[in-house]
Design a protein around this ligand. Sequence first.
Ligand SMILES: NC(=O)C1=CN([C@@H]2O[C@H](COP(=O)(O)OP(=O)(O)OC[C@H]3O[C@@H](n4cnc5c(N)ncnc54)[C@H](OP(=O)(O)O)[C@@H]3O)[C@@H](O)[C@H]2O)C=CC1
Ligand SMILES: Cc1cc2nc3c(=O)[nH]c(=O)nc-3n(C[C@H](O)[C@H](O)[C@H](O)COP(=O)(O)O)c2cc1C
Ligand SMILES: N[C@@H](Cc1ccc(O)c(Cl)c1)C(=O)O
Length: 297
Amino acid sequence: MNERGSSVPTVTECSMPGAQEDGYMLVKSKDAETPSSRLKAAKVDSRPWVDQEVQDDTELEQREDEGDDWVDRSEEQDIPHVPYSAMRYPEETMVERSKEFYRLLNQRRTVRLISPEPVPREVIDNVILTAGTAPSGAHTEPWTFVVVSDPEMKHQIRQIVEEEEEVNYRQRMGDKWVKDLAKLRTNWIKDYLDVAPYLILIFKQTYGILPNNKKKTHYYNEISVSIASGILLAALQNVGLVTVTSTPLNCGPQLRLLLKRPANEKLLMLLPVGYPAPDATVPELERKPLEDIVVHI
Ligand SMILES: NC(=O)C1=CN([C@@H]2O[C@H](COP(=O)(O)OP(=O)(O)OC[C@H]3O[C@@H](n4cnc5c(N)ncnc54)[C@H](OP(=O)(O)O)[C@@H]3O)[C@@H](O)[C@H]2O)C=CC1
Ligand SMILES: Cc1cc2nc3c(=O)[nH]c(=O)nc-3n(C[C@H](O)[C@H](O)[C@H](O)COP(=O)(O)O)c2cc1C
Ligand SMILES: N[C@@H](Cc1ccc(O)c(Cl)c1)C(=O)O
């Protein structure tokens, strides 16, 4: 393998215990070689180099089950291009606005003690609309925001999450993981899943399904939905609400089924949303200074 990553991880079809209706998962394996992996390797080798961590494998992986059920992009209609104009501020105003926005977002904290106080539904709709302004690969908008306010449904979500997180903390993840998280004083008990007025479950659509049932490639879907999620966090901060950017390990498939979401959707994160509880505390964390996060060239 050369340094620029031309060695391609092979892909094996295998049965996935306890998982989806699809019955397949892609497993990276160094040794196994199958016709599809050879095809994939050949395709990848003919492409320009991209960092393996960020390369868009979306289409390659999906074309494993290539068939007539994928839409041909060339069938899509051309659209008009229209003039664009942006707000233009004097430089001093730009500096002031950039500081002001930084001050706002620098106050954002993950708050794990959330008040049960109701939050207007319209505010939740607006922050989700804001998240939906995110850029997305080929403008595929590969996100679904499931908003849960029903107490019984919230409780069922809590039961799934607590059951899996208990396994994560007690055995699945091991000592290093538990030690790395210790400063946050988290555990598998997730009161906020019952208490927060809203739970927003953010799903990435790994591919799209058109009205004619053909599948559509959702390029860079995880990156696109992650950007939308970041914008959602900023929008929540803007209205004085708090959340926990939570990634409940191994809960995705169960939560998808509970919420009756289709098989093309995978849970990306679960955000309990509300006002902070009056007695909420947060760990006294520091953020890296500018010189540690920027390189000017
Ligand atoms: N594991 C990761 O790389 C990432 C995880 N997350 C989030 O972290 C949390 C834990 O993630 P993870 O450990 O992957 O656990 P999940 O609970 O999301 O998934 C467990 C396993 O099931 C697979 N799976 C989930 N949904 C589907 C679906 N609709 N169709 C087919 N396979 C599916 C996943 O595949 P697969 O590994 O292909 O996703 C994974 O192997 C979740 O909230 C998840 O959304 C967020 C970003 C990346
Ligand atoms: C991708 C990602 C996954 C996270 N997963 C969890 C999680 O599962 N549970 C949790 O309590 N916090 C989770 N967090 C929140 C982090 O613990 C938190 O962002 C970090 O401690 C910094 O604190 P701050 O958000 O207050 O700046 C996650 C954050 C990110 C960005
Ligand atoms: N999901 C667990 C553990 C956890 C906690 C905090 C984190 O920042 C991360 Cl990445 C994981 C939990 O919610 O307790």
